[in-house]
Ligand binder design. Structure first.
Ligand SMILES: *Cc1c(COP(=O)(O)O)cnc(C)c1O
Length: 411
């Protein structure tokens, strides 16, 4: 009989969000009047901006007429969009990216997950801990993770702890990994790395021949000067880094789906004969074979984000979330919590009080204040003792949340 990919059976059932839902539902059932505020939302909540909506309507009309109909598009994305990306996301920041280094896809989750297709299964992988689970789980599927230990760590993955002890700045790896995932601004901690802190990683990868997979899904939330928007702001990154971007958190595209991946032409890896091979061509081959292009409609919607009013509307929505992040950050501090994040990010990462575990704090917050968040331990062993709150609720609910914790919004 045929065999399955055994790597899939190594993966434990994804437990975090289903367990959160289970506990919230059980609580709501036994406490019928409880007015529960959900501060664990991991999805945007504000609607698409008007510029994107207008472009979508127009694109639908294009598809309705024989003269303007678009069928299959280029697998790597339409040049009308890639040109805008190159110009506004990169050239405006002094970075030269060719349009054939840009691969438009249906989102950063797929691309960060699929990139392993063009990398040897023999590569050793390093991730920050806590971490966006997609990086780990897709390497389990790809056979690079080894076995899951009782401590929640995969035997072949190097974990780079990010905790209060190191100021949430990961130390360089010690086991000489071939592939390193970094996500900044970070999900789940909401922290960032400065230019000089990121340069350490680019330099390390250049020196050790490692590949840097840089997830910049939260780039649009950056408000501080010294936080790079792109890994290519760092000198030498073109030879070592792939960058993943997404319109999901930037512009509320979580439902309509769009992202892109940048693979610079200088970026090369070794084949089994020791020859250097450009990843740009490999990823192009992968995408043109396994992916048939993102929708024309969504790409037109994304194009409209780069107009003046599109840019203004995007910023307005992100400012709305960042105002929630400020309310949370200041309110939690007033209520006596230690937090990071929430400045260039929609996520606030807090230390649970005393010796409470992440799940104990979850139950405490739900029972005492009727507030729901996400236990940090769900993002990796070093997330234990931490908790994530998000800025994806309304101003009103965010204020009610901190008031329940005994704080007031003083602004
Ligand atoms: C939300 C998110 C993404 C974006 O995923 P899409 O597939 O583009 O919606 C990527 N990386 C991280 C860390 C995220 O939190």
């Amino acid at each position: 009989m045929f065999r399955i990919n055994d790597n899939f059976t190594k993966l434990p059932a994804s437990y975090l969000f289903s367990e959160v839902a289970r506990r919230v539902n059980a609580y709501a059932e036994s406490h019928p009047g409880a007015d529960i505020i959900r501060m664990g939302i991991g999805d945007v909540t504000r609607p698409l901006c008007q510029a994107a909506v207008d472009a979508l309507h127009k694109a639908v009309d294009d598809e309705a007429s024989g003269e303007t109909f678009h069928g299959y598009g280029p697998e790597q994305g339409y040049s009308f969009l890639a040109e805008k990306i190159a110009r506004y996301d990169y050239r405006k920041r002094g970075i030269e990216i060719d349009i054939d280094e840009i691969f438009v896809g249906d989102g950063a989750k797929s691309d960060t997950g699929n990139i392993g297709d063009i990398l040897s299964t023999a590569n050793r992988v390093a991730v920050t801990d806590p971490v966006y689970p997609v990086y780990v789980d897709t390497n389990v599927m790809g056979g690079r993770a080894g076995d899951l230990g009782a401590d929640g760590r995969w035997s072949e993955i190097e974990y780079l702890p990010c905790t209060a002890e190191n100021g949430f700045v990961p130390a360089l790896p010690v086991n000489n990994p071939d592939v390193i995932y970094l996500c900044y601004p970070n999900n789940p901690t909401g922290t960032t790395l400065t230019r000089s802190q990121l340069k350490v990683w680019v330099d390390y990868c250049r020196e050790h021949g490692a590949l840097l997979l840089f997830d910049a899904a939260y780039e649009a939330f950056i408000r501080e000067e010294d936080v790079p928007h792109s890994i290519y702001e760092i000198e030498g990154a073109r030879e070592v880094a792939i960058e993943f971007r997404s319109f999901s958190k930037t512009a509320g595209f979580t439902g309509i789906r769009l992202g892109y991946t940048v693979v610079p032409k200088e970026l090369k890896g070794l084949d089994d004969k020791g020859n250097k091979v450009a990843l740009n061509g490999l990823w192009r081959r992968r995408q043109t074979t396994k992916f048939n292009g993102a929708s024309y409609l969504t790409q037109r919607a994304a194009e409209a984000l780069y107009t003046e009013e599109g840019q203004r509307q995007v910023k307005e929505t992100i400012d709305y979330y960042l105002e929630n992040a400020r309310i949370l950050r200041e309110g939690l501090a007033e209520a006596g919590y230690e937090t990071v994040g929430g400045i260039n990010s929609p996520y606030i990462w807090l230390k649970t009080p005393g010796t409470m575990t992440s799940w104990e704090f979850f139950d405490y917050l739900l029972d005492r204040y009727h507030i729901v968040g996400t236990p940090g331990s769900g993002f990796g062993p070093s997330g234990e003792g931490y908790f994530r709150l998000t800025a994806f609720n309304t101003h009103e609910n965010t204020r009610r949340c901190i008031e329940r914790l005994g704080a007031t919004d003083r602004k």
